[in-house]
Design a protein around this ligand. Structure first.
Ligand SMILES: Cc1cc2nc3c(=O)[nH]c(=O)nc-3n(C[C@H](O)[C@H](O)[C@H](O)COP(=O)(O)O)c2cc1C
Length: 192
């Protein structure tokens, strides 16, 4: 069975991007995947520094996050846009997860050959679309296959209902189908 991990690049309690990731995760679940919904707030990591890593080793949160990525076939990532780029929280978590623990570990083992679908939402009209450009480039450079489809949902403050679903049925369907499409592609890539 295809395994998908869904998370937001925000640790904020009432994050719109967490809601968006959860909707796409439902789509992936509906398409038959085993889905893990992760909250980066549960994986606190210091800002990456080589001195810190050399002196204190790998933080437990970073190891657990990296291990989880490695155990899944595909990623559903919803990232806030911070000053036209993806969030520094997301970059930091990815940076830690690219680090090897020991010579025997293959390079980029948490990323290489995985498939990802990207989305964003923000209170602004563009919905964080600009941040996805650099996130797509970063993940591609790590060996991740990116779905061409993505979703950016604008006007986040009025886009969701109290249950975290999108009020616009077309948007809701498109975010669902992003999760479904990720499962379809991950499944195809998994086939021997
Ligand atoms: C430092 C900072 C920079 C931001 N820059 C942008 C931006 O460039 N574009 C945008 O649409 N929203 C921007 N925002 C607003 C975020 O989109 C908004 O806080 C959003 O709710 C964060 O996502 P979350 O709800 O998932 O935590 C910025 C917010 C912060 C704190």
């Amino acid at each position: 069975m295809v395994r998908i991990i869904a998370f937001a690049g925000s640790a904020r309690r009432h994050s719109w991007n967490k809601k968006l990731a959860a909707i796409a995760a439902e789509g992936a679940r509906g398409a038959g995947a085993e889905v893990t919904l992760l909250d980066l707030a549960d994986y606190p990591m210091q800002i990456y520094c080589e001195d810190l890593e050399a002196e204190q080793g790998f933080p437990d949160s970073a190891r657990r996050f990296k291990q989880l990525l490695a155990e899944h076939d595909g990623f559903l990532i919803a990232s806030p846009e911070h000053n036209s780029a993806y969030s520094s929280l997301l970059k930091n978590a990815i940076d830690w997860a690219t680090r090897r623990e020991g010579e025997d570990e293959p390079p980029l083992m948490a990323f290489s050959g995985k498939v990802a679908a990207l989305m964003s939402t923000s209170p602004g009209a563009l919905g964080g679309l600009r941040g996805l450009v650099s996130l797509r480039m970063l993940l591609g450079n790590l060996g991740v296959i990116l779905l061409p489809q993505q979703q950016a949902i604008g006007l986040a403050a009025t886009a969701f209902d109290d249950d975290g679903q999108l009020l616009d049925s077309g948007q809701q369907a498109r975010v669902h189908s992003l999760g479904e499409e990720l499962v379809r592609v991950a499944h195809a890539l998994k086939r021997p």
